[in-house]
Design a protein. Structure first.
Length: 755
């Protein structure tokens, strides 16, 4: 599935293209260290409490694109958050420089505490040398328009945390019985098995035309009865959690406390990010929750179109099943629980990392907590949390749990160790099958851990787990198989076309650059638009940390047994191979999707190598290898904190495409127009327009465009133009008293849908 992208509009569609074409030869001839940049347009809700969205292009004549950084100033004060690497083929053509292809930029700036009236916006582009160039100065008039009130951030955060806790406790409840029977520690394993069971039940329920909430209630009943029966047979004894379990839970609490801050900072029910992945997942979830599997004939909007398109493309619907069940459980729409689902899944990744550390670091119980701690503050995980990559988080959770359970399967004398592996693998078919080839490679590499005498037993068990996974979730397996078939076929599907050439892969993805792998262990902040600035001090410390990591890894590798070397390879090589394949394909989008998958396994492998590098017979003596290992771990943790802070600060400053005021759209449309009407949306920012379509999901929507010559409408149905009085160009067209931010204007014959 290809995400929408944050790109600036093409200059060739605007009058500014002409001076740009005339200026290009002179600019190239006089190329110097100073960047060249321009502001194309300013959009957004230009009202008190609203925001600005500014787009343009910026080029560095020496390095190409993108530039080092962008700055937005409002009345001379630094505000907003810029995003680089927008697709601008028009700039590349105008300057005859192919390396200017990704020279677009966009920036968002909050108007939360800005008074109504005229204000000055200035944008600057910076080069690595520190030289800054002005992209222009614009005057904007901020309107005095009341906006939909929202609770304070602390209350929103408290609601998110409470719902997240309830969700995790429910997962632990439904997974407690299988965890009690199949493996330990129960506290870490139960929520992971609960997630897998929900995916299996939801997929089976969908085949029987049951809503996910019904499947969840059925799972609760079955798991509760099984747990009750097992309790009568063998009483539950509450034991004090071990050191690893307790510290992993502390890491989860810390991650939840810091992770919720950006999620709660933009208003009630807000979904962070500026792509449209969440629109699709929430549209499917709301459609199922409201109408089940049989839509009324008069529903023509996104609640009908998106589910049909995703089913036709055989795209996994597990995330939507989960959002639907959560929304019904809390009595809200899917978007209102999206942050809950994301935060809870991030916590599950830390639980799975703690479980993996238990299996990998068996000889070092004192240091097992280091792996979940480093994962909890990893910038790659946080970027995924704030970027609408729900499927990626689910994939990382399942893959990390799979690795730990495969190790149990190989070592345990009990045949029932096959079942947890099968449960996790079967859930992947529904939740995120795209990474399952990496799972297979990891399972094969783990065979090197066991001796020759037990290798055939291990092969039989892994094969048995695969067969059980297929038997537990045949519908999900069939959907995944059809998806892979379309991806590799010659059908003219979006997926097949997107993978047909290196250029198509760049155009259809939402990122174009390959970040350095230092982001995996947290040395640098992970961003999907461009490399993050690192500063003078960190520019020195990061190379030092890289050298120490390599030295520690070599020292640890030299002390590993053959079996443990195979273990390290199983943790590192499968994802590394997949990343190398994406790099060879020139597919940074796929690289970005696989990168979070590396974090738990690579971090755990690094901690294992560091522990062996520090191992020595006389622990009272501080040897050089031990000192190097400890210094490396401390330095990695110290560098991970500012990287995580950078990601969180960007998430707080950036204005998401989701607008809390969109929540009034369904009631407004229901009160004013008929269901068979067509609503035209004049919104230049694609992701914002998609959210409008989500909230107007019962009505058919089209992109509005004004043509110079009148043309008749293509449909006999009534057309209306959606106007936002926070936008100056649209506020002038609203007449009469309007209580809401939005109004619907009957469309004249000069307005036709754009194609």
């Amino acid at each position: 599935m290809i995400s929408g992208s944050r790109t600036s509009p093409s200059l060739l569609r605007h009058w500014r293209a002409l001076p740009l074409l005339l200026w290009a030869p002179f600019a190239v001839a006089q190329a110097g260290p100073q960047p060249i940049c321009s502001i194309d347009r300013i959009d957004g809700a230009v009202a008190s409490g609203g925001f600005l969205e500014i787009t343009g292009f910026a080029i560095d004549p020496k390095r190409g694109a993108p530039v080092e950084k962008m700055e937005v100033l409002l009345d001379g004060a630094l505000v907003g958050e810029p995003f680089l690497s927008g697709l601008r083929p028009d700039v590349a053509i105008a300057f005859h420089r192919p390396d200017y292809l990704w020279s677009g930029w966009s920036a968002s700036a909050s108007l939360e505490h800005v008074s109504a009236g005229k204000h000055i916006i200035q944008v600057k582009a910076g080069a690595p040398s520190g030289i800054k160039a002005s992209c222009g100065i614009r005057e904007v008039e901020v309107l005095a328009v009341p906006y939909v009130p929202s609770p304070p951030a602390w209350r929103i955060g408290a609601v998110i945390l409470l719902r997240t806790l309830v969700f995790l406790l429910w997962l632990g409840l439904v997974g407690w019985f299988p965890a009690r029977i199949l493996g330990r520690p129960i506290v870490l394993l139960a929520p992971l098995l609960g997630l897998a069971l929900f995916a299996i039940f939801a997929e089976a329920g969908a085949a029987l035309k049951l809503r996910p909430i019904v499947s969840a209630l059925s799972l609760t009943a079955v798991s509760g009865l099984a747990l009750l029966a097992s309790t009568f047979a063998r009483r539950i004894r509450l034991r004090r959690p071990g050191r690893t379990v307790a510290l992993t839970l502390v890491c989860c609490a810390f991650f939840a406390a810091i992770g919720v801050i950006p999620l709660a900072s933009h208003g009630e029910g807000t979904v962070l990010g500026s792509i449209d992945d969440a629109v699709r997942e929430c549209s499917v979830a709301d459609s199922i929750s409201r109408f089940g599997w049989r839509l009324p004939s008069d529903i023509r909007g996104y609640l009908a179109a998106i589910p049909a398109n995703m089913r036709d493309a055989h795209i996994r619907l597990g995330g939507s099943y989960l959002l639907s069940a959560l929304g019904d459980a809390f009595g809200v729409r899917a978007h209102a629980v999206y942050s809950v689902a994301m935060l809870a899944t991030g916590i599950l990744i830390i639980l799975a990392t703690g479980l993996l550390a238990l299996r990998v670091l068996r000889a070092f119980p004192t240091w097992r907590w280091v792996a979940p701690t480093l994962v909890a503050v990893n910038s790659t995980l946080l970027t995924t949390l704030y970027g609408q990559h729900f499927g990626n988080l689910l994939s990382v959770t399942l893959f990390t749990a799979f690795l730990s359970l495969v190790l149990v399967l190989l070592r345990s004398p009990r045949a029932r160790s096959v079942w947890p592996v099968a449960l996790i693998a079967s859930a992947a078919f529904t939740l995120y099958p795209e990474t399952t080839p990496v799972w297979g490679a990891a399972a094969l590499l783990t065979l090197g851990i066991v001796g020759l005498g037990r290798r055939m037993r291990a092969v039989r068990r892994i094969a048995g787990a695969a067969l059980l996974a297929a038997a537990l979730n045949p519908v999900g397996l069939l959907t995944a198989a059809n998806f892979f078939s379309r991806m590799t076929s010659h059908e003219p599907s979006p997926q097949a076309l997107g993978m047909s050439s290196a250029r198509n892969r760049l155009m259809t993805g939402d990122t174009h650059y390959f970040p350095r792998l230092t982001v995996v262990v947290g040395l640098e902040a992970y961003r999907e638009d461009a490399p993050a600035p690192i500063g003078t001090v960190r520019a020195i410390l990061i190379p030092v940390a890289i050298i120490l990591i390599l030295l520690t890894a070599l020292l640890g590798w030299a002390r590993l047994s053959v079996g443990r070397r195979w273990l390290v390879l199983a943790l590192v090589l499968p994802v590394a191979g997949a990343l190398a394949w994406m790099y060879r394909l020139s597919f940074p989008y796929g690289f970005a999707k696989l990168l979070p998958l590396a974090v738990p396994g690579w971090v755990t492998a690094f901690v294992l190598l560091a522990c062996f590098a520090a191992e020595q017979p006389d622990r009272s003596h501080l040897s050089l290898p031990r000192l190097v290992s400890w210094a490396t771990l401390v330095l990695v943790a110290a560098l991970a904190l500012p990287a995580a802070r950078h990601v969180m600060a960007r998430a707080r400053r950036a204005i998401p495409a989701f607008d809390s005021d969109f929540r009034v759209l369904p009631d407004m449309a229901a009160a004013r127009i008929r269901r068979d009407s067509v609503i035209e949306i004049d919104e230049p920012l694609v992701a914002r327009r998609e959210w409008m379509r989500y909230f107007l999901g019962e009505w058919e929507t089209e992109v509005a465009a004004i043509t110079p010559e009148p043309k008749p409408l293509r449909s006999k149905r009534r057309h209306y133009l959606l106007l936002d009085r926070r936008r100056p160009d649209q506020a002038k067209r609203i007449t009469g008293s309007v209580a809401l931010d939005f109004a619907l204007l009957p469309v004249a014959s000069t307005l036709v849908p754009a194609r």
